[in-house]
Design a binder for this molecule. Structure first.
Ligand SMILES: NC(=O)c1ccc[n+]([C@@H]2O[C@H](COP(=O)([O-])OP(=O)(O)OC[C@H]3O[C@@H](n4cnc5c(N)ncnc54)[C@H](O)[C@@H]3O)[C@@H](O)[C@H]2O)c1
Length: 367
């Protein structure tokens, strides 16, 4: 399956999804080999161990590539690591004709994309996302970035890769909690844009979904449906001026919950924070944008059954509110949300008062 997207610089890049796509990449690399004498692959230590051998099995010619391996984890997505990779590129005489292949989850594709966007003012890069979040979200849409200390994605660029190759087989070695995290983003994508997709997904419980073998068509369909929506949104709004903000549903509150947990050194899974965020923002949607309470109950049942409930404390409400106010996506101290008017229908830029937000948290505590 091949999709394509018009990118920020109006050139198109292919997004290929499916079983045979690594062979297609092999063909493409062979054809362009003369033009790209210097091939580099960026991995983290997990994707080096679990995904690189698989990639080399499909594309043996990549044995000659120079591989950079960084540690795992969000703290690695930093300017310091970017500098390390730039220096490695220099020491291996990388030049404008070089190609950097990013093999990994969102951490690797964000970091590698950023490195490529600024090395020699931009070298070619290809994303081969290996986590579910990478495959449906991070590698799609041309955003790159690194963190500054605990502040996420403070420095970055919009930089289109030459292609994105989504091979479902990589998901086989992904830890189950990472898969769960990805499913929260899939659910979000369905909820903001496509009621039928939501019905298709929520027919099965999260637990059942996690038991489905990766060889089954379900996963390809899930990838395709989610990626198609993300592509359609970013095609219309590459720079996140309006409609791309739809993708923030569940994330304003989710980020505050995640950041607070991180600050307290009790990190939680991104997907669990987004699941709690979608519930709170769902309650806001009932009050603010007219989401039918019956639809809210349906969303809430599926999420609670799959993701459970986080032990959020009422006494943390002020600090969560403060974090939301300082979110880089907000302006003039007003907290803006993407909410739902119905299942499959998101609405951006909804300002909610502290009282309304507090009320939504209150509903979450008593779920
Ligand atoms: N650019 C964007 O538009 C965008 C969108 C969403 C998220 N992101 C970024 O993506 C990152 C989160 O992505 P993520 O969840 O993929 O994080 P990640 O890259 O840290 O991967 C999560 C864990 O899974 C491991 N892993 C990945 N693929 C594996 C595989 N196939 N087998 C075994 N282990 C594997 C990684 O080593 C890591 O330990 C964050 O930095 C976030 O800011 C960016």
């Amino acid at each position: 399956m091949k999709l394509s997207v018009r990118t920020v610089n109006t050139s198109k890049y292919p997004v290929l999804i499916g079983d045979g796509i690594l062979e297609q990449l092999r063909k493409r690399l062979k054809e362009s080999r003369k033009l790209k004498p210097k091939l580099f692959i960026l991995t983290d230590s997990n994707t080096n161990r679990f995904c690189l051998p698989e990639l080399l099995k499909h594309i043996p010619e990549l044995e000659d590539a120079i591989v950079f391996t960084v540690d795992t984890g969000e703290e690695v997505k930093s300017l310091r690591t970017a500098e390390y990779i730039w220096k490695e590129l220099v020491s291996h005489q990388a030049d404008r004709s070089s190609l950097l292949i990013n093999l990994g989850g969102g951490m690797v594709t964000d970091l590698g994309g950023f490195v490529a966007s600024s090395f020699h003012r931009g070298i070619d890069t290809i994303h081969i996302p290996t986590s579910l979040i990478g495959q449906i979200d991070a590698a799609i849409g041309a955003k790159t970035g690194v963190n500054i200390d605990a502040l996420k994605n403070q420095v970055g660029s919009f930089y289109a890769p030459k292609g994105v190759y989504v091979w479902p087989g990589f998901l086989k070695t992904l830890p189950v909690e990472q898969l769960r995290s990805g499913i929260a983003e899939v659910a979000k994508t369905a909820l903001i844009r496509d009621e039928q997709f939501w019905r298709w997904l929520s027919r099965k419980s999260l637990q059942k979904i996690l038991e489905i073998p990766f060889s089954e068509n379900f996963w390809k369909e899930l990838l395709l449906k989610t990626i198609r929506i993300k592509l359609e949104i970013v095609r219309h709004d590459p720079f996140e001026r309006n409609q791309r903000q739809l993708l923030n549903f569940g994330h304003t509150i989710g980020h505050a919950i995640e950041s607070l947990a991180l600050r307290r050194e009790t990190p939680i899974l991104h997907g669990d924070a987004v699941a709690a965020g979608m519930l709170c923002e769902g309650f806001l949607s009932v009050q603010r944008t007219g989401l039918d309470p019956l639809q809210m109950a349906e969303i809430s049942n599926w999420i609670i059954r799959g993701f459970g409930k986080l032990p959020l404390l009422q006494e943390d409400e002020a600090v969560r509110m403060d974090m939301m106010q300082h979110d880089k996506k907000n302006r003039q101290q007003k907290i803006r949300f993407t909410l739902l008017t119905g299942i499959g229908k998101g609405k951006i830029n909804q300002v909610c008062s502290p009282d309304l937000i507090s009320d939504a948290f209150g509903k979450y505590y008593t779920l």
